[in-house]
Design a protein around this ligand. Structure first.
Ligand code: SAM
Length: 391
């Protein structure tokens, strides 16, 4: 295969998660993640340097022993992952140049759900390769790896550097009990989690724990000795009862309640919708990590507050209400419109998104909603401990 060419590899998906497929907006339509993630890129710009420090600190594999493998889990089809992978490769290349001399070949795996628009990914990657006049560009072999990241996707000990940005807030599935009317965890009456009962939160917490355990167990197999795994995801500061609010959910519930009142949807249709995302607490993450002390050394674990945009204000200046609400709408669309369409149908989802933009604009304009609240992210850098071989 020529350098820079893409092939689609299925990976060895031995243990499939029971989860539903992700419904991230596809392609380059206006509701796609490709278009929506400029805001995510801002957050990434603030967090990604921590991953690059991990590249600087890692032990470089011997270039004579085979390719250096890099994997991005939950890469989506957007430009940001190409930029992130490019930054990692340039950093690796400069270390090989300075410290070792001969360079390895680089193999990059872009991993995501089978429903991901890998065609857009291939198009973007080819455009990037063709238009690349960057003299520091690094040649690499690329492959797309479709499959759920909560199970095995790669052979044992094969990944040298892997990362997941904003991916593991998505659960493998919605906990069953939250849709069960007879369960105390039933989450009827809302479409999000910010006003949910303690029992609902417990159900999400348990699912998030199981998923993170499965994710790390699979990566513990796949990472090579001294391979580095970097993760970032949104989190909450303290215990399970700590506030759980996002502007998207708060506004969303108001609109869905109004749609029920007006008879646009039935109450049972609203009640049957539940989020697939969960913001873990710091304790929840640390608890799961403590199960992997034989496999991983925790090089770094830190909370990181991100202000959007950098600098932060308490309220949005009136003349920024329109651009800010459009930017928030793009994120809402990219992350959830396909999920909403699958549940509520195309027409109702379009109506919802129109209303959503209007409510955003009104609330930002009259200062009852601030875009500038800091968001807490958790960043983890793990190094695979060397295995003990008995031969
Ligand atoms: C918010 S996007 C982040 C994309 C990209 N990493 C970035 O930084 O912009 C989350 C990605 O994780 C993927 N994802 C979520 N759950 C997944 C799962 N169980 N298996 C594989 N990919 C998953 C989604 O399909 C989506 O592309």
């Amino acid at each position: 295969m020529a350098i820079g060419e893409l092939c689609l590899s299925n990976g060895a998906v031995r243990k499939r998660s029971t989860g539903q497929d992700m419904f991230m907006g596809k392609g380059d339509r206006k509701d796609s993640y490709v278009r929506s993630n400029s805001q995510m890129q801002m957050i990434s710009n603030s967090l990604f340097p921590i991953f690059l420090e991990a590249v600087d600190a890692m032990r470089l594999p011997n270039p004579q022993l085979g390719p250096m493998t890099v994997a991005e889990f939950g890469s989506s089809s957007g430009q940001s992952s190409i930029d992130n992978v490019g930054a990692v490769l340039r950093r690796l290349k400069s270390r090989y140049d300075l410290e070792i001399g001969p360079e390895p070949e680089y193999q990059v795996f872009f991993q995501d759900m089978p429903s991901t628009d890998f065609n857009s990914r291939i198009k973007l990657l080819n455009e990037a390769i063709l238009s690349n006049e960057d003299t520091e560009a690094v040649d690499f072999f690329a492959a797309a790896v479709p499959g759920p990241l909560y199970g095995r996707l790669f052979p044992q000990s094969t990944l040298h550097f892997a990362f997941a940005t904003f991916a593991i807030n998505c659960l493998s599935r919605i906990p069953e009990s939250v849709s069960d009317r007879s369960s105390p965890a039933y989450n009827g009456g809302q479409t999000g989690l910010y006003r949910s009962s303690a029992a609902t939160m417990e159900a999400y917490s348990a699912q998030a724990k199981e998923d993170l355990l499965n994710f790390l167990a699979a990566r513990a197999e796949e990472m090579s000795d001294e391979g580095v795994l970097c993760l970032n995801f949104r989190c909450r500061d303290s215990g399970i009862s700590s506030p759980y609010s996002t502007a998207h959910e708060v506004i969303g519930d108001c609109i869905w309640d109004d749609f029920v009142d007006k008879g646009i949807i039935s109450a049972s249709t609203r009640d049957a919708f539940n989020p697939l995302h969960y913001w873990r607490t710091v304790q929840e993450v640390k608890e799961v990590l403590s199960n992997f002390s034989s496999e991983f050394h925790v090089e770094k674990q830190m909370q990181h507050q991100v202000h959007l945009p950098a600098g932060g204000h308490d309220v949005t200046p009136s003349d920024e209400a329109v651009p800010v609400s459009k930017s928030m709408l793009l994120v809402g669309r990219g992350v959830s419109s396909a999920l909403l369409r699958a549940h509520f149908g195309r027409e109702v989802t379009s109506l919802y998104l129109e209303r959503y933009e209007q409510v955003l604009m009104d609330r930002i304009g009259n200062h009852t909603l601030s875009y500038y609240q800091p968001i807490t992210w958790f960043v983890v850098v793990l190094v695979r401990k060397a295995r003990e071989y008995d031969f």
